[in-house]
Design a binder for this molecule. Structure first.
Ligand SMILES: Cc1cc2nc3c(=O)[nH]c(=O)nc-3n(C[C@H](O)[C@H](O)[C@H](O)COP(=O)(O)O)c2cc1C
Length: 203
């Protein structure tokens, strides 16, 4: 948890490389409507290459794009992942990022182990990325991330108002705000205070 009065720092990334990605824009919306004292920084995953153990060994833990992402996660109080759904699965680009993050970094160790994580997802489809989110949750549990169980946010029908309209309505913005409040509470519950005790949730 952050020092008293400093904002809660959340690092967000989306499992999409698409310029007009709904999931990236969902994070942007969350960043601009985040409740007070929650700072959401959105990280771009374009610079994370395909995972390769040879590259990992040759670069002593990962190339720069991977190191920057790990450093940003290490500095954050929690991580917010926005996942699309591809063929009732998480997209390959997201699995690739998670595979890199599951590995030990020389400076930070396993950055997601013990890190509070929340998952959201948006799709133009009807089911709101339910299956993809379940897969992300499953993979993160293997990395010993502390994934928030509830509430769960599944955004269906994204972009239904047409390509030039805002893909998300005001109700979605409110849901995101409530979700981030719950994540703040979760981070408070599962984060160890500096003296090794569990930190009390901040209101
Ligand atoms: C290969 C592929 C498979 C897809 N499969 C699904 C799917 O199983 N369920 C779903 O809701 N949407 C599916 N979609 C539609 C995506 O939800 C849609 O492209 C979405 O905009 C991707 O997220 P993004 O906007 O963040 O890039 C699929 C899209 C692609 C390209």
């Amino acid at each position: 948890m952050p020092e008293t009065n400093s904002p809660l720092r959340i690092l967000g990334f989306a499992g999409s490389l698409r310029r007009r990605s709904y999931n990236r824009r969902l994070l942007d919306l969350a960043a601009t409507t985040a409740p007070g004292r929650i700072q959401l920084l959105v990280h771009d995953i374009h610079d994370v290459p395909l995972f390769d153990e040879d590259v990992e060994a040759d670069t002593h833990g990962g190339p720069e794009g991977v190191r920057l992402l790990r450093a940003a996660i290490a500095a954050a109080d929690g991580v917010l992942i926005a996942t699309p759904e591809y063929n009732q699965s998480m997209p390959g680009v997201l699995k690739n990022v998670l595979d890199w993050l599951s590995r030990k970094d020389p400076a930070y160790g396993e950055v997601l182990a013990g890190k509070p994580v929340a998952i959201v997802g948006a799709t133009p489809g009807r089911w709101g990325t339910r299956v993809a989110q379940a897969q992300v949750r499953h993979a993160l549990s293997a990395m010993e991330a502390l994934v928030m169980a509830t509430p769960q946010v599944y955004i269906a029908g994204a972009g239904g108002q047409g390509p030039d309209a805002d893909p998300f309505d005001a109700a979605t913005a409110r849901r995101l705000g409530t979700f981030l409040e719950a994540f703040r509470e979760w981070i408070g519950r599962v984060s160890l205070a500096g003296d090794g005790r569990f930190a009390a949730p901040e209101s």
